[in-house]
Design a protein around this ligand. Structure first.
Ligand SMILES: Cc1ncc(COP(=O)(O)O)c(C=O)c1O
Length: 249
């Protein structure tokens, strides 16, 4: 282990390790909707999982509510992806800093999609001992099947998490592939830029389609909502019966 870094077979393994190290039969706080594994790992290990709903209009962070919950529940671990999945939005730096400062336990900022947003908390990592940054090779590096991820934290925290990761959790093939893509930074950068161009162009096209509500994204995916079709005075495509009163999917 390089000081303050824990490498593992995907960030999923590290999410579990963080919960095992810090919160068995404790409390885990996260937001909803968000990456489902925080809740699943939290529940599996007998924790109370508190999910604070994002503001429904734009999936923004309900910061005041989260600060109140921190004060009342004193969670052992807080998971916040930035940008968030599956909503694709980035949370304001000042709100996340307020949460890190108010937290009584660890705050994990999951930066799985940070190469697509261009924003990271790496510059403040040294300042906050309770902050953990989680990274994966599954997104920008396109190595989801290889299973490789890492976290960065205060060395003392990283050491405790390393203790609960099983030995030899990263195979030699994953290590070699990880090293190769890290040496190909220019290629990865080009792929990320291309993904961003495609994402933004797809977003503009989706905006033009009636009946679709599309959310802006700073990741490599786009969240959109399709309104329920109403086939007035017609038959449901591919189905049977009149739909004068509206067909449901
Ligand atoms: C926010 C977030 N974190 C982590 C992961 C999983 O990463 P890994 O493949 O390294 O386990 C995902 C995968 O979808 C994700 O969306």
């Amino acid at each position: 282990m390089t000081e303050g870094v824990v490498v593992s077979g995907g960030s999923n393994v590290l999410i579990q390790a963080i919960v095992v190290a810090a919160a068995v039969k404790g409390k885990v706080l996260t937001i909803a909707p968000s990456f489902s594994l925080y809740e699943l790992q939290g529940k599996m290990l007998g924790n109370k999982v508190i999910e604070v709903p994002l503001n429904s209009k734009d999936f923004s962070l309900p910061t005041e509510k989260i600060l109140k919950v921190i004060k009342k529940e004193k969670p052992h671990v807080i998971f916040l992806p930035n940008p968030n999945a599956p909503t694709g939005n980035l949370f304001p730096e000042k709100d996340l800093l307020a949460i890190i400062k108010a937290a009584t336990g660890l705050v994990v900022i999951d930066e799985a999609y940070y190469p697509f947003s261009g924003y990271t908390f790496a510059s403040v990592l040294k300042k906050y001992k309770n902050l953990i940054l989680l990274r994966t090779f599954s997104k920008a590096f396109s190595l989801g099947g290889v299973r490789l991820g890492y976290l960065m934290a205060h060395p003392a925290i990283a050491q405790e998490i390393q203790k609960v990761v099983l030995p030899f959790s990263v195979g030699i093939l994953s290590q070699v592939l990880g090293e190769i893509v890290l040496e190909e930074a220019d290629y990865v950068d080009r792929v990320v830029k291309e993904s961003i161009r495609e994402r933004d162009s797809l977003y503009q096209s989706l905006l033009k389609i009636k009946g679709i509500k599309v959310y802006p994204s700073l990741t490599n995916f786009i969240l959109f909502q399709v309104s329920r079709p109403h086939y007035k005075n017609s038959k449901r495509p591919g189905g049977s019966g009149d739909c004068d009163t509206g067909c449901e999917l």
